[in-house]
Design a protein around this ligand. Structure first.
Ligand code: RP5
Length: 281
């Protein structure tokens, strides 16, 4: 693997469920010990499904029949390189390197193969009104992060999003945070935007690789770069006028602990952040 260590051996959220945004597309059941493509399984016969919302969109590929993509490389401006290394092409389509998902086609993802995203993890210490850092029962400081509630499934998540063709990941991190957590700052907040740009110039990469996203299929899957931007004294983020926007319907500071429930692999990323800062979990 070229990216950071994959946090899970097998993925769970993209198996054995009804496909998101559909009411009746069931995945072919895949037990944990049959995810690996190297295990021969002649009965494996998943449905083929691509959501109609994907067809003809400028951010999406064409249909499999008229697809002329360059796999495992930069294809024009579209990045078809996986952080996991070289993925296999079977019957002219990319094969999900994390294994079987119980569904063929693209589901509601735009790209065949890797769909690249970026996840900005903005953190601060939880403080009392007097400014003292609050500790948990195990006498460790409590970390908080900026969480958004996704409009599509209502799950809480990191305010991440897709990397546009030709876009630099660091630009995506800032753009997505501005769109989803700050509802694209208005003119009157030009100073806050400058502060945020400086703050986002110093991040620590937490994870780079595939995501256990419920949208993944056998041919299309999410990959991300998750980066932590930590505000040690809380002074930078205190100035930001949080307001949900774009694909988010709520935004708030969320305490980090092992009970949190988040979208896709986001809890795993946040556990890494907690370890990094020696915070309570
Ligand atoms: C997840 O989907 C990534 O970790 C990222 O947070 C998100 C990107 O997809 P959209 O929010 O643009 O739908 O897999």
């Amino acid at each position: 693997m070229e990216g950071k260590k994959i946090l899970q051996e097998v993925f769970f959220k993209c198996r054995n469920s009804i496909y998101p945004r559909s009411s009746n597309i069931s995945r072919f059941p895949v037990p944990d010990d049959k995810t690996d493509w190297r295990i021969h399984w002649k009965e494996y016969n998943p449905a083929v499904y691509t959501d109609s919302s994907v067809f003809g969109k400028p951010w999406a590929d064409g249909d499999s029949d008229d697809l002329k993509a360059q796999w495992n490389t930069l294809d024009g401006k579209v990045n078809r390189v996986s952080y996991t290394g070289v993925y296999n092409i079977v019957d002219n389509l990319p094969q999900n390197p994390m294994g079987r998902t119980g569904l063929r086609g693209r589901g509601c993802l735009g790209r065949w193969g890797p769909n690249h995203a970026a996840d900005p993890i903005v953190t601060r210490w939880k403080r009392s009104e007097l400014g003292t850092v609050i500790k948990s029962k195990v006498d460790l400081p409590i970390l908080q992060f900026v969480a958004i509630q996704r409009r599509d499934c209502k799950e809480w998540a990191i305010p991440g999003g897709m990397v546009d063709p030709g876009e630099n990941v660091s630009a995506t991190l800032l753009r997505e945070f501005l769109e989803e957590a700050l509802n694209n700052l208005q003119q009157s907040h030009a100073e806050a935007e400058e502060t945020l740009k400086r703050f986002f110039s110093k991040g620590i990469e937490i994870y780079k690789g595939p995501v256990d996203d419920p949208r993944n299929t056998d041919h299309s899957w999410m990959e991300t770069v998750a980066v932590n931007f930590h505000d040690e004294d809380g002074s930078v983020v205190a100035k930001l006028p949080f307001q949900a926007g774009d694909d988010a319907c709520n935004v708030r500071w969320m305490d980090l602990n092992s009970d949190i429930q988040l979208y896709a692999s986001h809890k795993d990323f946040l556990q890494q952040v907690v370890t990094l800062h020696k915070a309570s979990w």
